[in-house]
Design a protein. Structure first.
Length: 142
């Protein structure tokens, strides 16, 4: 539950996150990324804030910005599966398949039921495993 983690953020960061969530819900991904980026300036090491920024950045075609925001968070919070899965997705979108595969495997070790890393491995993983990962991606429902 992200709400417990968000309680530790300051008022301004929470306000920016709420606004970002509203914009994201309205499919205004670039505007949501702007609000999440402002929250990320306030809380640069927070994995929830970084994940929300990365998700909106990816949706607005900014894979490099998403990866840049996630790298330090994945390094300091390697147990937070959503960050590893989103980093894998961002790296795949940026064309860094080998690195995407590494982070996808990390995400699967943390949460094997998240379809995102399986979907990444279905295109960026080792060729011999792609069909199995595509099946997992479809079964888990990306």
């Amino acid at each position: 539950d992200d709400s417990a983690d968000l309680a530790e953020l300051g008022t301004e960061a929470r306000r920016r996150l709420r606004l970002g969530d509203l914009l994201f819900g309205r499919r205004r991904f670039g505007a949501a990324a702007h609000e999440y980026a402002a929250a990320l300036v306030i809380a640069p090491e927070d994995p929830v804030v970084a994940a929300r920024f990365a998700r909106s950045a990816l949706e607005s075609g900014q894979a490099d910005r998403a990866a840049a925001a996630l790298r330090p968070v994945v390094a300091t919070h390697p147990e937070y599966a959503p960050s590893a899965a989103l980093l894998a997705r961002a790296l795949e979108a940026a064309g860094a398949d080998a690195e995407a595969s590494t982070f996808a495997m990390q995400a699967i070790r943390l949460n094997p039921f998240d379809p995102t890393p399986h979907c990444v491995l279905s295109t960026a993983g080792p060729a011999a495993q792609r069909a199995d990962e595509a099946q997992r991606c479809a079964t888990l429902g990306r």
